[in-house]
Design a protein around this ligand. Structure first.
Ligand code: SF4
Length: 368
């Protein structure tokens, strides 16, 4: 059995139930130590807005207890912007007429050195989805090149087969992120118009293939802005709880990508406000205390700094979202999306330290 083949919670009834949650439901959830999906529903409902301060205090305390005063740092390393899919919101979409680039092994090595010099020891390899030219053999080759440079390598690429994940793990792969983008099928179909990514079921089954392959960590996410963020996050909570119970040896992470301007100029139709994002982050922490919560440079610098003590445990910094962006001068024409927090790593680390947190770069730390 997989999550896909289970009886799925119905979107419309879950949405109705979520918007019907009351202050009493929120208070009941806040009084519990082990929260279920009904509690999560209450905490992300409009009824929880007046309880944000209490949620933030609880989330802060729980995060300190489970993770200490630490923030993991990582950098995305874009290997390719080639993509055979059409997604309405993405700068790499096949119908965008941008220059396509696939890094060769020398270029990957140059990127690795540039990131190492900055101090990163954990990288997230990112590509578009073009399996004919950037497939498993390419990833194996990239891992061979990068294993000597980094202590932890994660992957955010097209969904793969279970056997492919096993082969990649044997070559040093640690974690895989595959965001479902949205759990709402009509919205999914509207935004994923062509290519393999249009197959909602194959994508949602990826976490089960990863679990069966025994991956160390899998990362989930919905693209905030595509549809109602509350119901989408609730659906992801159902998915996460199923995965935690089924693949209990694996660890899990959740990210909070908010739609950003990109080539094609897609506007978020269902934007999530800053205070709502804080509410969502705190709710995730209370729902799943050991969950890694990750925040990217899509968010503003000052906002990221504020979120550090509230539940976030992993931060990217100084990110370039185009292949070859670290070693060469940034060519913004190749970007997937615009970043907001463009501070150099040293400044982000200083801001984290000013909040009383230690910046962790796996087994090696730069001396700032
Ligand atoms: S979201 Fe991913 S699959 Fe879709 S166009 Fe962008 S890179 Fe390609």
């Amino acid at each position: 059995m997989t999550f896909k083949t289970m009886t799925q919670p119905d979107w419309d009834s879950e949405r109705l139930s979520l918007y019907g949650k009351t202050a009493q439901d929120v208070e009941r959830a806040l009084a519990k130590t082990r929260l279920d999906q009904e509690d999560f529903k209450a905490l992300i409902s409009p009824a929880a807005a007046p309880y944000l301060e209490i949620m933030a205090q609880k989330s802060h305390a729980l995060t300190l207890q489970r993770f200490g005063r630490t923030q993991q740092f990582f950098a995305p390393l874009y290997l390719s912007n080639a993509c055979a899919n059409i997604c309405t919101y993405c700068g790499f979409s096949m119908d965008n007429h941008i220059r396509r680039k696939i890094l060769n092994r020398d270029e990957i090595s140059q990127e690795a050195w540039a990131l190492k010099e900055r101090g990163f020891r954990h990288v997230l390899l990112v590509t578009g989805e073009a399996p004919k030219v950037v497939g498993v053999d390419y990833f194996l080759d990239a891992l061979d090149e990068l294993n000597n440079h980094f202590s932890q390598i994660s992957l955010e690429v097209q969904p793969l087969e279970e056997e492919d994940y096993r082969r990649l793990m044997e070559r040093g792969l640690h974690s895989v992120l595959v965001y479902q983008e949205t759990y709402h099928r009509p919205t999914y179909a509207e935004h994923h118009r062509k290519g393999n990514k249009a197959d909602f079921d194959y994508r949602i089954d990826t976490m089960d293939r990863l679990g069966r392959a025994g991956i160390h960590k899998m990362g989930l996410g919905v693209l905030l802005g595509l549809t109602d963020w509350r119901t989408d996050s609730l659906m992801m909570a159902h998915h996460l709880r199923y995965l935690e119970q089924t693949y209990w040896r694996s660890r899990f992470s959740v990210s909070f990508p908010r739609l950003r301007p990109a080539e094609g100029d897609y506007e978020a139709r269902h934007p999530i406000a800053d205070a709502e994002l804080v509410q969502l982050i705190c709710a995730w922490r209370l729902f799943s205390p050991d969950l890694e919560l990750s925040l990217s440079t899509r968010e503003r610098a000052a906002f990221r700094d504020q979120l550090v003590p509230l539940g976030i445990t992993a931060l990217s910094a100084e990110s370039r979202t185009q292949p070859g962006g670290y070693a060469a001068d940034a060519d913004t024409a190749l970007e997937q999306f615009e970043i907001d927090d463009g501070r150099p790593l040293e400044q982000v680390v200083a801001a984290v330290k000013a909040k009383g947190y230690e910046a962790v770069f796996k087994d090696w730390q730069p001396g700032w």
